[in-house]
Design a protein. Structure first.
Length: 155
């Protein structure tokens, strides 16, 4: 971290787990400590995956962007909506809600300007409501089948 504070550079932080998700048993355990270190440096953006959801939180002027899964929501409840053969071949299929098309995003950074262009999809067979998720929130993030667009222009 000392190296980051001495250089005149901007940084993008990538992490598997969230540095801001406070939902039970989610995110990095010592996230507050890590964020306090990052706040003393020139962080343009922090991005993470893992939560299979779509989220953006800004903490002390640092945007923390959670990138949704490419293809599914893990909900952990057993739902058998596909053929017996499919469930035998893919035993975890009963625990997921599949998207119709893959999700991805494109991130553009120019100096301190950031643009994220996301994609949208739909659900294949099962919806969150089918498994009792009525607010489309799971593990502290939105489980809409999308990665949102977002931008921060500093000029």
């Amino acid at each position: 971290m000392e190296e980051m504070s001495e250089r005149d550079l901007r940084y993008v932080i990538f992490s598997y787990h969230s540095l801001v998700n406070n939902f039970d048993f989610r995110g990095v355990v010592n996230r507050e400590e890590i964020r306090s270190i990052l706040e003393n440096n020139k962080i343009l953006l922090a991005m993470n995956g893992h939560d299979h959801g779509n989220d953006l939180k800004t903490v002390n002027n640092i945007p923390y962007f959670t990138v949704n899964s490419t293809s599914y929501i893990w909900h952990g409840r057993e739902t058998y909506a596909y053929s017996k053969e499919a469930h035998n071949k893919y035993p975890f299929l009963k625990n997921v809600i599949l998207y119709k098309t893959p999700l991805y995003c494109i991130v553009e950074i120019e100096e301190t300007d950031i643009k994220i262009r996301g994609t949208k999809s739909g659900y294949q067979v099962i919806t969150p409501e089918d498994v009792g998720i009525v607010d489309r929130q799971w593990n502290g993030v939105s489980i809409e089948p999308e990665i949102m667009d977002w931008e921060r222009i500093s000029r």
